[in-house]
Design a protein around this ligand. Structure first.
Ligand code: NAP
Length: 253
């Protein structure tokens, strides 16, 4: 039994990640930002017992450290961290350079970098120091994005933050290997989460599905399965990897 902290587990990919660990007998800290009702739904759906919920705004470094402290206290420790929470592309965060004014440009950059990069870096700090203090091995898996490689013309801060998250993970993989801690990232393409429902059922749906030669989008369960593998002891040798999960929609060299 491992103790697993999943950031942003109130819905979507984070919920699927929380579920797969719980299905395998692990205990999960379901982290959320603002949506307590949705996090409660995640928690209720988890098989097994001993799971907890923990709130905290990842834009706030003190709140971020408190998330890790709460999970350590209530689970009795953390063995696996999944950095999943993010401010994702949406109509509200679109910031194509030609279309937004300077104030909007700065606001979205700040929000995306604060949560998607600095939030993950600060949570990694807190969990890593806990593992080091215990002298225990562990795993950290970051949820990155295909956008880091392919570019996101309408969401440049998102792509830049995810590229930085991949690079951060690789630096940590090197520095934490002597401590028995593996650090990996996954880079999903389009995933059919609740958040993407309107896009997938609307006029753009077919175009999105056609990005992959499989003619479909990925599922949260497919991402969760990869995260579960990367967090396992058998995957220690994958440390430093950034795993593409995009149905051959974008092949990087
Ligand atoms: N879905 C895709 O197509 C896709 C593709 C590639 C990569 N990804 C990546 O996969 C991950 C999950 O995506 P998703 O589609 O499942 O996202 P989502 O449905 O938008 O969920 C995002 C999660 O992050 C949390 N969060 C957002 N801002 C936060 C903040 N300031 N403080 C604390 N928590 C915060 C949210 O919590 P609350 O709602 O409780 O505030 C929520 O649980 C993200 O890293 C995303 O970039 C997704």
């Amino acid at each position: 039994m491992r103790r697993v902290l999943v950031s942003g587990a109130s819905r979507g990919i984070g919920r699927a990640v929380a579920s797969i660990f719980a299905e395998h007998g692990d205990r999960v800290a379901v982290h959320y930002g603002a949506n307590a009702d949705a996090a409660e739904q995640t928690l209720k759906g988890l098989p097994g017992s001993g799971h907890i919920m923990v709130a905290g705004d990842l834009r706030d470094p003190n709140a971020t450290r408190a998330i890790a402290e709460t999970a350590v206290r209530e689970l009795g420790g953390i063995d696996v961290l999944v950095n999943n929470a993010a401010v994702a592309p949406s109509a509200a965060t679109r910031h194509a350079i030609a279309d937004v004014d300077y104030a909007q440009w700065q606001q979205v950059w700040r929000q995306m970098i604060d949560v998607n990069l600095l939030g993950a870096a600060n949570l990694t700090y807190a969990v890593t120091r806990h593992l080091m203090d215990r002298g225990s091995p562990g795993s950290i898996v970051n949820i990155g994005s295909r956008g880091a490689f392919r570019g996101e013309p309408d969401f440049p801060a998102y792509a830049a933050g995810k590229a930085a998250l991949h690079a951060f993970g690789q630096s940590m993989a090197v520095t934490l290997a002597p401590h028995g801690i593996s650090v990996t990232s996954v880079a999903p393409g389009f995933v059919g989460t609740e958040r993407q429902e309107t896009k997938l059922t609307g006029p753009e749906g077919d175009t999105v599905r056609a990005q992959s030669p499989f003619g479909r989008v990925g599922t949260p369960d497919e991402v969760a399965a990869a995260v579960f593998y990367l967090a396992s002891a058998q995957a220690q040798w994958a440390s430093g990897a950034v795993l593409d999960l995009n149905g051959a929609s974008y092949l990087r060299t």
